[in-house]
Design a protein around this ligand. Structure first.
Ligand SMILES: Cc1ncc(COP(=O)(O)O)c(C=O)c1O
Length: 450
């Protein structure tokens, strides 16, 4: 593929940079996170991206899981381009037609009885919006409950609920350095069935983790809990899929203690093969936070609120300069239209199942693939030394990722123990592209494990 942007002085000089000029620019950059050391990206199309040296990759990270239609979706960018000559940034105090239309559209894909939405500039702010509203609806409350190994962002409001603020990975990192402003959460055990903390087997499990959540609500929180921050499928913590009856039990516990349930659907929205995880589990929370892909590749966060709850008062409870970005809104509208028109949810379910079968075939050759966890295109593989001992294979997992990059496929690397490979490609991936991913993964596994 060749990229032929119209001649543009700024872009021409940017992409005409020599490697030495690029290196000197890089010296001014400060980065606070992310798996570094990958290629310098140049351009992309669909599931593929090319680096500055012209090397091609299939991207199974969708760039922080955010590009549902892949790189440079022509339809989205044409819509944005056309709209940009009409309106771009608008202050939150002014109404626009894109904002009206998107509010209705999002309410249309949210569970029944969740009809009000608030727009913010990005994902973690959508969650903080839910936290604000939970506090308003739970007078006298000050502390939230979250789960072990959850990840909800790195703003000061969400960081204390993210596993990076604890000793989960064997050392204190990231969020643990900002404790004076991140102390608003207590944690309850997550249902990590592959390594059940209570030694239970799935066949005979009596949901000790839900019982612990119940006790946490009763005994661990000063005053009434303000809300439960909850990823219905833990992504960064290890692609951990929660059993349906656990999620149902969580709803029941929150009802019993009148604790607002906040679904962090920043990663699950559409990617798990249903519009929302609320729909997937048949459980309706009080709040849903959306982010990442919802803006069609542009920054956007959305807080969805259950009917009947107290919402915002218009006296600066939630006010952001870029909360009404019309370009993100039209990109989001186009994304949602394409998802529906092209049956993308169906593709998510079919390609997810196809990848899962391929991974199970590879697992026969590589028992180090201890657990394969797949729902839609939300896929993780946990690597262990041997299936019985389950000792995490951290170094090798990183090497498998590096081998993948060398061969032309980019996987995510995550999990609290660093032994999880994430396979979360754009939702439009085709079967032949899945075959390529599986082939390159197989080669990478052979290179590292045999
Ligand atoms: C489940 C979940 N919640 C919240 C966030 C925070 O999103 P952002 O970094 O876009 O604010 C992330 C980001 O990875 C996430 O995965």
């Amino acid at each position: 593929m060749t990229v032929q942007p119209d001649s543009n002085e700024t872009l021409d000089s940017l992409y005409g940079m020599t490697p030495e000029e690029a290196r000197r620019c890089q010296e001014h950059l400060m980065i606070g996170g992310g798996t570094r050391g990958g290629p310098v990206l140049h351009h992309g199309e669909g599931v593929r991206v090319w680096d500055v040296d012209g090397k091609e990759y299939i991207d199974c990270t969708s760039q922080s899981w955010a590009l549902y239609l892949g790189y440079c979706s022509r339809e989205i960018w044409e819509t944005v381009d056309q709209h940009a000559s009409r309106l771009t940034h608008v202050h939150q105090g002014f109404d626009t037609l894109p904002r009206f239309a998107l509010a209705k559209r999002i309410a249309g894909v949210a569970p029944a009885g969740m009809n009000r939405v608030s727009f913010v500039p990005t994902s973690a702010l959508a969650l903080e919006g839910a936290m604000k509203l939970a506090l308003k609806n739970r007078p006298g409350s000050a502390n939230f409950v979250c789960l072990w190994d959850s990840y909800h962002g790195t703003t000061l409001g969400t960081m204390g609920a993210s596993w990076i603020a604890t000793r989960s990975n064997g050392r204190y990192v990231g969020g643990s350095r900002f404790l004076p402003l991140t102390k608003q959460c207590v944690r309850a055990p997550n249902p990590y069935c592959y390594r059940c903390y209570f030694g239970q087997k799935p066949e005979s499990c009596d949901l000790m983790c839900a019982k612990m959540l119940d006790l946490t609500m009763q005994k661990s929180v000063n005053g009434p809990p303000a809300g439960l921050l909850f990823e219905p499928l833990q992504a960064s913590g290890g692609q951990i899929i929660f059993p349906r009856r656990y999620v149902e039990a969580v709803r029941e516990i929150c009802d019993r203690y009148e604790v607002p349930l906040i679904f962090d659907e920043i990663q699950t929205f559409i990617r798990i093969g249903k519009w929302t995880a609320a729909e997937f589990y048949g459980v309706t929370p009080e709040f849903i936070a959306l982010g990442k892909a919802v803006g069609g590749g542009l920054p956007l966060g959305v807080t969805i609120v259950k009917d009947g709850l107290t919402g915002y008062d218009p006296d600066a409870e939630e006010l952001h300069t870029f909360a009404n970005n019309t370009l993100s809104q039209v990109a989001s509208l186009k994304l949602l239209q394409i998802i529906e028109r092209d049956g993308v949810l169906d593709n998510v379910n079919r390609m997810g199942a196809y990848l899962n079968e391929g991974l199970l075939r590879l697992q026969r050759e590589f028992p180090e693939m201890g657990d394969i966890r797949q729902v839609g295109l939300h896929i993780g593989v946990e690597f262990v030394k041997d299936p019985e001992g389950k000792e995490p294979l951290e170094t090798e997992t990183k090497r498998i990722r590096d081998e993948g990059i060398r061969r032309g496929v980019i996987f995510g690397l995550a999990g609290v123990r660093g032994n999880l490979l994430k396979i979360k490609p754009p939702l439009v991936i085709r079967q032949d592209e899945c075959d390529e991913v599986l082939r390159l993964l197989g080669e990478s596994l052979r290179a590292v494990l045999r």
